[in-house]
Design a protein around this ligand. Structure first.
Ligand code: PEP
Ligand code: MN
Length: 334
């Protein structure tokens, strides 16, 4: 409370706290009075309503706003499975595949190659969130059979992005995981629908989202019934233009402290350039990432989307080899 607070002002604060089902504790110091609110009804008590009362200097929520995502409520990290790949354990599974599923030949070839190089999940985008409406928008629903075929042939589970609320449940029944792209991180209808899906959701961080906004987006999915959310840092917008986005390496340990959810990293979209993908991937693993998502194409120069940042199967293979030593150095394995 502010200096010089009156008994009447204190009473008002206590009334609001108790009215929401919590208990109020008053501590009168030599100069300041502090009022503590304790209980499990904090959802009922908006800190701003307290802040609006006369005599209140500041309100400090002790518990985080995201109850289900917060590590304080689940000190043990969560392990989330996509097929046989476990995210959040000692092993670091790699998700790999092309930016877009283009043709049967291109996709099956990529699937085979990434499997051989050690990938544990196939990245398979059918719906592409493109900046320009004139660019390739993805094969759409028709491509789903191709995903299943690649998964059957390689034995790898497959994940795909969903952009439309109407696609979430039908698509989720045909794949092993669904992905929410960066541009949809705050599409709350989409997040709510993902809560009903029975498969894990890979949630990518928005281009300009803070860590707290990212975690609140995950909270939506958790609060609507799906406990299996994997967070993916993929670079944020900054003033820097030499990379496509600035990979927020710091967000990896920050997220690991704040949440029990696994944190993976997409170095490809952050880099924007194939020569930068490897160093960013290594940094991610060194910083504690629980997985990686890497774009691989048999002929990047001919790719229908993101040709500059996709690795050739050879490059991917050599990267996996290098990543093994980085993982080993931080007590993990690939
Ligand atoms: C992707 O992973 O295919 C993609 C479009 O990335 P982002 O949503 O992070 O831009
Ligand atoms: Mn891409």
């Amino acid at each position: 409370m502010k200096a010089g607070v009156t008994q009447r002002q204190i009473r008002k604060v206590v009334q609001l706290i108790e009215g929401s089902g919590m208990r109020a504790f008053i501590k009168v110091g030599a100069e300041r009075t502090i009022i503590g609110a304790v209980g499990s009804q904090e959802r009922e008590l908006n800190p701003d309503s307290l802040n609006a009362l006369d005599g209140v200097e500041s309100v400090t929520p002790i518990l985080s706003k995201y109850k289900l995502a917060a590590r304080e409520f689940h000190p043990q990290g969560s392990q989330i499975r996509i097929g046989d790949a476990v995210f959040g354990g000692k092993e670091i599974p790699l998700i790999a595949g092309p930016c877009s599923v283009e043709t049967e030949k291109q996709f099956l070839k990529t699937a085979e190659e990434v499997k051989r190089a050690g990938a544990k999940v196939l990245k398979a985008s059918l719906f592409k969130p493109r900046t320009s409406p004139y660019e390739f928008q993805g094969l759409g629903r028709e491509g789903i059979q191709l995903l299943k075929k690649a998964s059957r042939l390689t034995g790898l589970p497959v994940e795909t992005e969903v952009m439309d609320v109407r696609d979430v449940l039908p698509i989720s029944r045909q794949v092993d995981a669904i992905r929410i792209g960066a541009r949809n991180m705050q599409n709350y209808d989409l997040l709510r629908e993902c809560g009903k899906a029975k498969v894990p959701v890979i949630l990518k961080r928005g281009l300009s989202a803070t860590v707290e906004e990212f975690l609140m987006a995950a909270e939506y999915i958790l609060a609507h019934g799906n406990p299996n959310v994997i967070l993916c840092e993929r670079g944020i917008r900054t003033f820097e233009t030499s990379t496509r986005f600035s990979l927020d390496v710091g967000a990896i340990p920050v997220l690991k402290q704040l949440t029990h959810l696994p944190v993976i990293v997409d170095p490809s979209h952050a880099a924007g350039k194939s020569s930068l993908v490897g160093p960013l991937a290594k940094a991610a693993i060194a910083a504690g990432a629980d997985g990686l998502m890497v774009e691989v194409h048999p002929h990047p120069e001919k790719a229908w989307s993101d040709p500059l940042q996709q690795l050739t199967p050879e490059e991917f293979k050599s990267l996996v080899h290098q990543l093994k030593s980085v993982a080993h150095a931080v007590g993990r394995s690939i």
